[in-house]
Ligand binder design. Structure first.
Ligand code: ZN
Length: 246
């Protein structure tokens, strides 16, 4: 292969990696922010569940208080029943006792319902607490992973920057300038693989003679249509153009 073409392929690999890695590093603050949001949501969930459980406990205490009041009233009526003088008074007192007993039954039903509801509310607090703990653990792990990834990408970017200086210094200035211009105009993609008679970047058919020369990888050809520098990567698809890591 033509040594300059080889250098151009290498340059493209470095630039493609660099672009992807920079984007990834730049995206990390957003990913961290998303983790914080996840934790905030879990914390808010727990707070809401606790508030609901506290309201449930307050409701229970209020019913118990009402029940105690009615029960004490009922006890008083029963005492008074012994002391009434007339039949009319007796019947009136019986009526009061009946009303109070119904009220006791009603409050006991409500108390039971509230206790069952409070069991559910307590279970919801427990679940929200477990979710928060899970999220805290997961977020901590993810944060550590992102920090590690950032450090390793930054280290790799430094190495790639040094490698790029070296490769660029070995290229003829006009060829490097062409590469830079094409890359600028083609979203960083200055090279294109030729395969099956086509430029794989813009899918335009190459002139047969051009394609044959590209197959040999001995001359620098640009695609007539997209201007990218063409190369042949062999029979297997190459990853020189996209996402190569070396
Ligand atoms: Zn093309």
């Amino acid at each position: 292969m033509d040594p300059d073409l080889e250098r151009l392929i290498r340059l493209q690999q470095i630039d493609t990696f660099t672009e992807t890695a920079r984007r990834r590093v730049a995206d990390h603050p957003n990913l961290i922010a998303a983790l914080d949001t996840r934790l905030e949501s879990a914390r808010a969930g727990l707070a809401t569940a606790k508030e609901a459980a506290e309201r449930g406990q307050a409701a229970r205490r209020s019913i118990e208080k009402d029940l105690a009041a009615v029960q004490s009233r009922l006890a008083k009526y029963k005492d008074q029943l012994m002391e009434v003088k007339t039949n009319k008074e007796y019947q009136a007192m019986q009526k009061e006792i009946e009303v109070a007993q119904k009220e006791v039954g009603r409050l006991e039903d409500r108390l039971l319902e509230q206790m069952l509801a409070n069991d559910d509310l307590a279970a919801a607090v427990k679940a929200a607490d477990a979710r928060l703990k899970d999220d805290q653990k997961a977020v901590e792990e993810e944060r550590a992973r992102l920090e590690k990834e950032t450090a390793s990408l930054e280290e790799e970017l430094r190495r790639k920057a040094a490698a790029r200086v070296e490769v660029a210094s070995q290229l003829p200035a006009d060829l490097l300038a062409s590469y830079e211009t094409i890359a600028r105009n083609r979203r960083g993609q200055a090279l294109a693989e030729a395969r099956a008679g086509l430029c794989t970047a813009c899918h335009v058919r190459l002139r047969p003679q051009v394609f044959n020369e590209v197959l040999a990888n001995n001359t620098i050809h640009q695609c007539d249509s997209c201007q990218r520098i063409l190369y042949f990567a062999g029979d297997t698809p190459s990853d020189a153009g996209a996402g190569a890591s070396r």
